[in-house]
Design a protein around this ligand. Sequence first.
Ligand code: ZN
Length: 270
Amino acid sequence: MQDSIETLSGAIERLGDGFLLVVTGAGISLASGIPTFRGSDPDAVWKRDVTELGTFRYFEEDPVGSWQWYMSRFNKVLGARPNPAHDALVALERWQLERGGKYLLVTQNIDTLHRAAGARELVEVHGSADRVRCPADGCRHGAPRGSLPRPEVDLDALLEDPSIDKLPRCPECNEILRQHVLWFDELYTGHDDYQWLRVQAASGAMDLALFVGTSFAVGVTDLFVQQGLFGRVPIYSVDPGGARAPYPGIQVLAEKAEELLPAVCERLGA
Ligand SMILES: [Zn+2]
C-alpha cells in the first residue's frame, strides 16, 4: 500500500500544472453497495443478459421488460451514497485546479455519485440514472439536448401494474419515455450530455491518465489508453483485483480505491 501511495502521489505531483485525466468505472462504486455490471461475476448468462437487455433494440421490442429491468437496478443505484474514493477525487480536482493545472473526470457510471460528492469537471459519458428522455426524433425532451428529471415521472402505476399502458410517457409528444443512458447498441454522439467532443479533446490533451475501477471492456477506456500509449502519457490503473490491464504500459496499483485515493490526497496535502 505504501508503495502505491508513493508511486501515485509522486506521479501526480510531478504533473505540475498539466492535465490530469481520471476515468472511473463500476469498481469505484462497489464500496457504495452498487454491484458491477461485469466485474468478477462468473455467470456467463448474466453477461449475455446485460448486453442484450441494455439495448435500444430491447426497449423497442419489450418496453415494459426494459423499464422493469432498469427500475430493479436503479432502486439500488439511486439510494447509494458516495464513498471515500468519490470524495478523494473531489479533493484532488480542487487541488489540481488550485495549482493552475487542468483536471477532468470521465465516468462510465450512471449512478450520479461523483456529482453527489461534488465533482465539477465531470463527464457522465454513459448518461445518468436520475434522468429519463423521450426517444422521438426532434422532441424537445429527447436527443440531442433534452431530458427530464426522473422524479418528475410517475412510476408508481408501473410498479403496481407492469403493463404497456402504465409506462411513463413524454409530456410533449406522448411517446413512451426511455432511460437517459447510453445503450450497448448506441453511439457516444447520441446525446449532447455524453459530451463526446469534450472527451475526445481531453484524450489528446491529457498529461497523465488515472483509471479507477474500470474493466477496460467499453469503448471510452480504449480511446484514452490508445491516446495515452501513443502520446507516451503515464497511465495508472487502480484495481484491487490487480494485473487486469490489457495493455503493457499501464501501471496497475492493486489497491482499493476507497483506501488508496484518500491516502494519496493526504500525501499531497489535497
Ligand atoms: Zn417527446
